[in-house]
Design a protein around this ligand. Sequence first.
Ligand code: AHM
Ligand code: MG
Length: 331
Amino acid sequence: MENVTTLGEFIIEKQQDFPGSSGEFSRILSGIRLASKVVSQQINKAGLLTDILGTAGSENIQGEQQQKLDVYANEQFIKALKYREVVCGIASEENDEFIVLNDNGKYVVAMDPLDGSSNIDVNVSVGTIFSIYRRLSPVGTPVTKADFLQKGTEQLAAGYVIYGSSTMLVYTTGSGVNGFTYDPGIGVFVLSHPNMKTTEDGKIYSLNEGNFYKSSKGIQEYVKYAQTIDPKTNRPLTGRYIGSLVADFHRNLIKGGIYIYPATSSSPNGKLRLLYECNPMGFIAEQAGGLASTGKQRVLEVIPTELHQRVPFFVGSKNMVEKAISFVKDE
Ligand code: AHM
Ligand code: MG
């Protein structure tokens, strides 16, 4: 164990890259690290604990609130960030309105505390996604909606935690992407994937093909292209779709691939949310050498107008994203 780097050490080391940093930003990452350990532990027990799979809002036999894991995860991340007093507000997928925290905090966090949570009951990987910005309104005043409606290019850091066959935390602060694997025996995240890069080409395409007839002509043509035998490799692309963004994204990041959630006739802006799904994943993809697009523009340059705004999402290996958007860009 002597030559491993823990996430705690890594955060402190990197803090020195920001001259004049007071350590406040590092405290946010530490809060996220702690909450993700707590959530990871609960997720691993989810099959055994019937109360954690119960419906939120109901009570168990002891009169305690039963919680769905996504509500539980939301509470854990909010608590961990609130306690650290450096965050002035949180926008969460689980809350219609943003949450006001410490007026003296300099930062805001957008998060999806448990993405893909419908997969928990069937033992499939889920994840947490987060994105950190410096606030725009003056320190010492209550956070405003405008503090959250910043372009993805303004993100200071973004990351995800995947609760899979092992738990990993992957994040970027804009100088590369690093991945840490959780060792539950000693309770620490260890740097296992330094400087992650995604290949420019890949073999995997991930989208919900059940939406084929609800998708535009361009998407339909892209799916046909993906299924066509490539004379160079003598095979089509490989379809892989878990239906859990973090898991699909993580696999494609490591193996090379593209994830698409396009506009459909029932969801004209796609399904995924700009602030806490597409921007953070887009930032990580770009930092790993990939791309993230709405099909019309770079995701990180979209000017947000709503906390829960959706955008079509194409993310992954550079050449694959460019190819896919060539089918839709004129639509
Ligand atoms: P959620 O935020 O309600 O969990 O929804 C997001 C999830 C993503 O993880 C996943 O990629 C997508 O929804 C799957 O959607 P669909 O079932 O329409 O394919
Ligand atoms: Mg989600």
